[in-house]
Design a protein around this ligand. Structure first.
Ligand code: PEP
Ligand code: MN
Length: 372
C-alpha cells in the first residue's frame, strides 16, 4: 500500500514489492565466511554493507529488496553453518509478530509468573545493604503479597560519588533471602561483564532505564546462554517506538540463543517531561499501548516515577487500573535510613495496605497473607 502510493505517478507500472528483513542464525564458530555465502545466495555483495548487519558471534540481518520466496529461504537454510532462517516484512518487529502472547508469560521459581493474567507484585529495597536487611524485607513483602523480591547490588548512579551497591556479596544475601522465603529475585546487571555473575544467582536480570539504549548490552543479554528472563526498563528519555526497538535487540539475541520464548518483560517507570513535582512522569497510557504493540508482559514502577513515597500508591493503583501485568515497588523497613532512594520507598505495612486496596480494584490481585 505504502509504496503504491509513493509511486502513484508510475501509471500502470507494478508497484515494487515491499522489502523483507531476513534474519539468519549461524552455528557457533561459523564466522563471517558463512555470512558471505548467505549474502551471495541472495545476490548481495559478499561483504556486509548498509543492507546487512553482522552481530557477533553469529547473527546476520539482511534487508532484501522485495519478497524472499520460500525456495530461497530453504536454500539459505541449507547453507553450511546456517542454523535458522526467518523472514518478515521490513518495518515489522519480532516483538510484535514472532510469538503468541501466551508464550510471552514469564514463569519464575516458586510458582511466580508475570503476564499470566494476574497482577504480579515485585517488591524489595532499592539496594541490598546486609543479609538481615534483605531477609527481613523479603519475609515482609512476601506477607504483603509479593511474588518476586527486588534488590540492587550494582546500582546505576548519576553521580560517581553516590553509593554504587555491594556487588557479589549482595547476590549471596539475595540468594539467602530466596532460600528463606521461596521468593525468586530480580537484580540489575550494568554491563555485559557482570552477566555471568548475576545470571549465576538471579532468577531474572534487570536492564535499567539508563541502559535501554546500550544496544550491544541488549543483544548480549538476550543471547546469554543462561537464558534468564530479562526485565527491561523504559529509558526515561525514550518514546514507545524506541523502547520497542530496544526490546527487539533482546529478542534477536534470544533468537541466536535458540530460545523459543522471549523471556522478556517491559516496565514503564516514568519519562522525563517538563513536570518537576514528581521525579519522572508515569506514562500510564504506555502500559496498554506497549501491551498492544508487543506480545510482552508490561509492568509498572510507581516508585521511580513518583520519587516521593506519598504518590507511590496513587501511581500503583493507576497502573493496575490501566491493566499492568505487575508492579515493581521499592520497600524498606526503615525508608528514612535506606542507602538509596529512601524518599520514594514505602514500608512493608504501607505495601500491605496498598495491596489490600488493589484487591478491590482488580479482583485478580493476590490478597495479602497475614499482616506485616
Ligand atoms: C532501580 O530499579 O533500582 C532503578 C535504578 O531503576 P531505573 O533504571 O528505572 O531508574
Ligand atoms: Mn531505586
Amino acid at each position: 500500500m505504502r509504496s503504491a502510493k509513493r509511486n502513484g505517478k508510475a501509471g500502470n507500472a507494478p508497484a515494487p514489492a515491499e522489502p523483507t528483513t531476513v534474519i539468519l542464525c549461524f552455528e557457533p564458530g561459523a564466522g563471517p565466511e558463512a555470512a558471505r555465502r548467505a549474502l551471495k545466495a541472495l545476490g548481495l555483495p559478499g561483504v556486509p554493507d548498509n543492507r546487512s548487519r553482522w552481530f557477533e558471534p553469529g547473527l546476520l540481518t539482511i534487508r532484501a529488496d522485495g519478497a524472499v520466496p520460500r525456495e530461497i529461504q530453504e536454500r539459505l537454510a541449507a547453507l553450511p553453518g546456517v542454523r535458522r532462517v526467518s523472514a518478515m516484512p521490513a518495518g515489522h518487529r519480532l516483538v510484535t509478530h514472532a510469538f503468541a502472547r501466551a508464550d510471552a508469560a514469564v514463569a519464575l521459581a516458586g510458582g511466580a509468573a508475570v503476564g499470566d493474567g494476574t497482577l504480579t507484585l515485585i517488591a524489595g529495597p532499592c539496594s541490598v545493604e546486609s543479609k538481615s536487611q534483605i531477609c527481613g524485607i523479603a519475609a515482609q513483602v512476601k506477607a504483603a503479597g509479593a511474588r518476586v523480591l527486588r534488590g540492587g547490588v550494582f546500582k546505576p548512579r548519576t553521580s560517581p560519588y553516590s553509593f554504587g551497591g555491594i556487588a557479589e556479596r549482595g547476590l549471596e544475601f539475595l540468594a539467602c533471602a530466596r532460600e528463606k522465603t521461596g521468593l525468586p529475585f530480580v537484580t540489575e546487571a550494568l554491563d555485559a561483564s557482570q552477566f555471568d555473575l548475576v545470571a549465576r544467582y538471579a532468577d531474572m536480570i534487570q536492564i535499567g532505564s539508563r541502559n535501554m539504549s546500550n544496544f550491544p548490552l541488549l543483544f548480549k543479554a538476550g543471547a546469554h546462554p543462561a537464558g534468564k528472563p530479562i526485565l527491561l526498563k523504559r529509558g526515561f528519555f525514550s518514546t514507545v517506538e524506541e523502547y520497542l526497538d530496544a526490546a527487539e535487540y533482546v529478542l534477536l539475541g534470544r533468537m541466536l540463543a535458540g530460545a523459543d520464548r522471549p523471556g522478556l518483560i517491559l516496565c514503564e517507570r516514568g519519562i522525563r517531561t517538563f513536570e518537576t513535582s514528581t521525579r519522572f512522569t508515569l506514562d500510564v497510557a504506555a502500559i496498554p499501548i506497549l501491551q498492544e504493540c508487543s506480545r510482552l508482559p508490561v509492568i509498572a514502577d510507581p516508585s521511580h516515577a513518583a520519587g516521593n513515597r506519598k504518590w507511590v500508591p496513587h501511581l500503583a493503583r493507576a497502573a493496575a487500573a490501566a491493566g499492568a501485568d505487575g508492579l515493581i515497588i521499592e520497600v524498606h523497613t526503615r525508608p528514612d535510613r535506606a542507602w538509596c532512594d529512601g524518599d520514594q520507598t514505602i514500608t512493608p505495612e504501607q505495601l500491605r495496605v496498598l495491596m489490600g486496596e488493589m484487591t478491590a480494584l482488580a479482583p485478580f490481585v493476590p490478597a495479602p497473607r497475614g499482616s506485616a
